[in-house]
Design a protein around this ligand. Structure first.
Ligand code: ADP
Length: 439
C-alpha cells in the first residue's frame, strides 16, 4: 500500500470514529431523554392512576348519594301519600258531621266549609273559598249567619260564644252558632272555627211543650181563682157564721188553693219567659219602698212559721233605680219566700241593701237549712229542688230561682249565693242603675 492511501485510510478511520462518537453521544442523549420521558410518563401514569382512583371514588359516592336521594324521594312520596290519605280521611269525617262547619282566618276570610254547611246555607264551598265573610252580607242564608258570627266575635264574650239564628232559606231552620277561637302556642288568634248545629226539632218540641203548659195552666187558673173567691167569701162569713172546726178546714183548703195558684203562676211565667212574651216596662222606683212593701206582704207568713223577718235599711241615701217593678217584686217574692220557707221556726231572715257607684246590691240572708254542697251548682236550674228542701217543704215548683235569675240578668245584673247546709244561706243580687234591657 502506498503512503498516500495509508494516510487516507487513517483520515477515514478518524472520521468514522468521530461519527461513531457523535452517534454514541446522540444515542446516549436520546437514551437519557427517553429515560427522562419514561420517568415523566411514569409520573403521569401515577397521576392518572390517582385521578382514576379519585374518579372511581367520586362515582361510588355519587351512586351512594343517588341511592340515598332515591330512598328519600320514595320515603317522601310515601309520606305525601300518607298525608293525602289522612287529609282525605279528616275531610270525610268533617263532611259527614251532622253540624255545619266553617273555618275563617284572622282576616275573616273563609278557609274551609264542610258539606253540611253547604246544605244549611244552600251555597257551594267553591263560591265561599278565600272570600271575606262580609261579601255574603246580602245572601239570604249566609247573611244572617255571618252577621251573627261577626256579632259573637266583636262582643268577644268568653262564655257567650253561642247564639241562635233563624233561617228561612233554603229551608226553615233554627241553627245554634258556636264560635271557637283558633289560637297558636303563643296565644295569637289565627282564626275562628264556627259550628252550626241544627236545633229546629228541639225548638219545635220546646214550643209545643210550652204551648201545652201555657194552655193547661190557663185552663187551671180559672177554676182555681173561682175556688179562691168562694172560700174567701165563706171564710169572711158571707154565708153565715162558721164553727172553729169548719173555719180551720176551710183555711187549710184556702192555703192549698193559694199554693196551686202560685205554682200555676210560676208555670205561666216560665212559658212567657221561654216564648219571649215576658215583656218589660221600666220606671224609676225606690228599692227601699219596694222591699218595705214585700216585707209587709210576708208578715203573715213569718208570723205563722215563727221566723223573724228584718229589713236592715242603709244609713246612706239610696238613689232611685230604673226597673220593671212587677218583675222585681217577683224576684223579692221568690227570694223571701224561699228564705222563710226553708228556715225552721225560731230562725231569722234579714234583707239588706247596699248602694254602690254603678249598682245596688241586695242580700237576703237566712239561718235555715242551707243547700248541700253537691247540689249548689244546680240551684238555678229549671224545676230543680234539693232533697233537704223537698223533705222540709213538699210543695214547690223549683222555678222561683230560675225565673228570678232570668229577671235579674235581663236588668243587666247578676245573682249568686253562699250557703252551708244546716247553717243558712245568703242570696245576693246586683242591678246597675242604668240597666239596659236585652229583650
Ligand atoms: P222552690 O222553692 O219552689 O223549690 P226555687 O227555684 O225557688 O224553687 O228554689 C230551688 C231550690 O233551691 C229549692 O227547692 C231549694 O232546694 C233551694 N233553695 C232556694 N232558696 C233556698 C234557701 N234560702 N235555703 C235553702 N235552700 C234554698
Amino acid at each position: 500500500m502506498s503512503k498516500q492511501s495509508t494516510k487516507l485510510n487513517i483520515v477515514n478511520d478518524k472520521n468514522i470514529t468521530d461519527e461513531l462518537k457523535k452517534s454514541v453521544a446522540l444515542l446516549i442523549r436520546r437514551d437519557m431523554e427517553l429515560a427522562q420521558i419514561r420517568q415523566e410518563q411514569q409520573g403521569r401514569i401515577g397521576e392518572l392512576k390517582k385521578i382514576t382512583k379519585a374518579l372511581i371514588q367520586r362515582d361510588f359516592e355519587l351512586n351512594q348519594i343517588k341511592l340515598l336521594l332515591q330512598d328519600a324521594l320514595t320515603k317522601s312520596d310515601i309520606a305525601r301519600l300518607e298525608l293525602e290519605r289522612e287529609k282525605n280521611k279528616v275531610e270525610a269525617i268533617i263532611n259527614s258531621l251532622n253540624d255545619g262547619l266553617i273555618v275563617v282566618d284572622d282576616q275573616m276570610k273563609i278557609i274551609f266549609a264542610n258539606r253540611r254547611l253547604e246544605m244549611f246555607c244552600g251555597i257551594k264551598f267553591q263560591e265561599l273559598q278565600y272570600k271575606p265573610i262580609d261579601v255574603f252580607a246580602a245572601h239570604p242564608a249566609m247573611g244572617p249567619v255571618f252577621r251573627l258570627i261577626r256579632m259573637i266575635i266583636d262582643e268577644r264574650a268568653e262564655n257567650e260564644n253561642r247564639k241562635e239564628v233563624i233561617l228561612s232559606y233554603p229551608q226553615e231552620r233554627v241553627l245554634q252558632v258556636t264560635v271557637s277561637y283558633l289560637i297558636d302556642q303563643l296565644g295569637n288568634v289565627l282564626g275562628f272555627i264556627i259550628s252550626l248545629h241544627d236545633i229546629s226539632r228541639e225548638k219545635l218540641i220546646e214550643r209545643m211543650k210550652s204551648e201545652f203548659v201555657s194552655i193547661t195552666a190557663h185552663q187551671l187558673r180559672t177554676p182555681l181563682s173561682a175556688i179562691k173567691w168562694v172560700l174567701k167569701m165563706i171564710l169572711e162569713g158571707d154565708e153565715g157564721p162558721l164553727s172553729l172546726g169548719q173555719k180551720k178546714l176551710l183555711e187549710q183548703g184556702y192555703e192549698s188553693n193559694e199554693r196551686m195558684i202560685a205554682l200555676i203562676n210560676d208555670l205561666l211565667n216560665l212559658t212567657r219567659l221561654e216564648e219571649g212574651r215576658f215583656l218589660y216596662k221600666f220606671s224609676s222606683v225606690s228599692l227601699i219602698d219596694l222591699i218595705s212593701q214585700a216585707v209587709i206582704n210576708f208578715l203573715p207568713m213569718t208570723k205563722k212559721s215563727g221566723v223573724e223577718l228584718i229589713f236592715e235599711q242603709p244609713k246612706e241615701k239610696v238613689p232611685n233605680i230604673e226597673v220593671d217593678v212587677e218583675k222585681l217584686q217577683l224576684v223579692f217574692q221568690n227570694l223571701l219566700d224561699n228564705a222563710i220557707r226553708y228556715t225552721p221556726a225560731g230562725g231569722k231572715v234579714t234583707i239588706s241593701i247596699r248602694p254602690d257607684k254603678l249598682y245596688i246590691e241586695v242580700a237576703v240572708k237566712d239561718t235555715g237549712i242551707g243547700i248541700p254542697k253537691d247540689k249548689q251548682s244546680r240551684i238555678f236550674d229549671k224545676f230543680f229542688r234539693a232533697d233537704n228542701a223537698v223533705k222540709l217543704q213538699t210543695e214547690g215548683s223549683g222555678l222561683g230561682l230560675f225565673i228570678a235569675k232570668n229577671i235579674i240578668e235581663k236588668h243587666g245584673g247578676s245573682v249568686w249565693f253562699e250557703s252551708e247546709e244546716s247553717k243558712g244561706s245568703a242570696f245576693y243580687f246586683r242591678i246597675p242603675y242604668d240597666s239596659k234591657i236585652e229583650t
